[in-house]
Design a protein around this ligand. Structure first.
Ligand SMILES: [Zn+2]
Length: 238
């Protein structure tokens, strides 16, 4: 008899496969990112039907098949139910899904990423206010995620020459991995100008100071800066 593996999992992607199967990309507590196949799961008679929805947290059981891991059981854990119902939340969840898909290649358990995912989905699930800046949750996830992979940006001194930064003249360089000074910008003209407000928010994100972040009023120009820098850093690694 095959060994059965049991673990907690977040489903972040699903694709239909052959006639009635479905492949799920999941991040698990014990094994990191894995793919499992739900055999005949799309058949009306499947006992697994409905157990594994996108962005649900589940307890799953699988066996190692010849080529793939085969799902044998899935129990939906009653968590994060508001996410699929609110388009703004769902949009952030899909962006997180893309990050997991693009940045994590092998199967390896990673407690830090698991902890960050649970934390982020809790944040996403909890906030309900109409004017809530959901993008902030995405920023928070991205920078902390990329830092756990070893690409934490330098924000306290010039990432190139290590000198003290002038808050009125800052640039973000992907190549140098952080904020650089005016002098270093001359040799790194691909760097992007960044305001000191945006740098302050990045620092708070990396310190995981969520309570303070929630109280901040982020100006539109600052939000745009943050979006641009994130997108550039993301593309740089992809
Ligand atoms: Zn410098």
């Amino acid at each position: 008899m095959s060994v059965k593996y049991k673990t907690e999992a977040l489903v972040f992607k699903k694709e239909d496969w052959s006639e009635a199967d479905r492949i799920f990309s999941i991040f698990t507590y014990d094994f990191g990112k894995v793919q499992v196949i739900g055999k005949a799961i799309r058949k009306i008679t499947s006992k697994l039907r409905g157990g594994l929805e996108i962005f649900s947290f589940c307890e799953i059981e699988f066996i190692q098949g010849k080529n793939r891991k085969i799902l044998t059981d899935a129990v939906f854990l009653d968590k994060f139910k508001s996410i699929p119902q609110i388009p703004e939340k769902l949009a952030v969840a899909y962006k997180i899904s893309d990050i997991l898909d693009n940045f994590i290649k092998g199967e390896e358990n990673d407690e830090k990423i698991w902890g960050l995912l649970v934390d982020i989905f809790e944040k996403l699930d909890t906030h309900f206010s109409k004017n809530f800046n959901y993008q902030l949750i995405y920023f928070y996830f991205f920078w902390n995620f990329i830092s756990t992979l070893g690409h934490c940006p330098e924000l306290s001194k010039c990432a190139a020459c290590q000198q003290k930064l002038n808050p009125n003249d800052l640039y973000f360089s992907n190549k140098e991995g952080g904020v650089i000074c005016r002098n270093c910008y001359i040799a790194n003209t691909n760097a992007i100008k960044i305001t000191s407000d945006a740098v302050k928010i990045l620092r708070l994100i990396l310190q995981k100071d969520w309570e303070v972040l929630l109280k901040l009023k982020i100006e539109t120009s600052c939000q745009k800066d943050l979006e641009e820098i994130l997108k550039n850093y993301y593309d740089y690694f992809i």
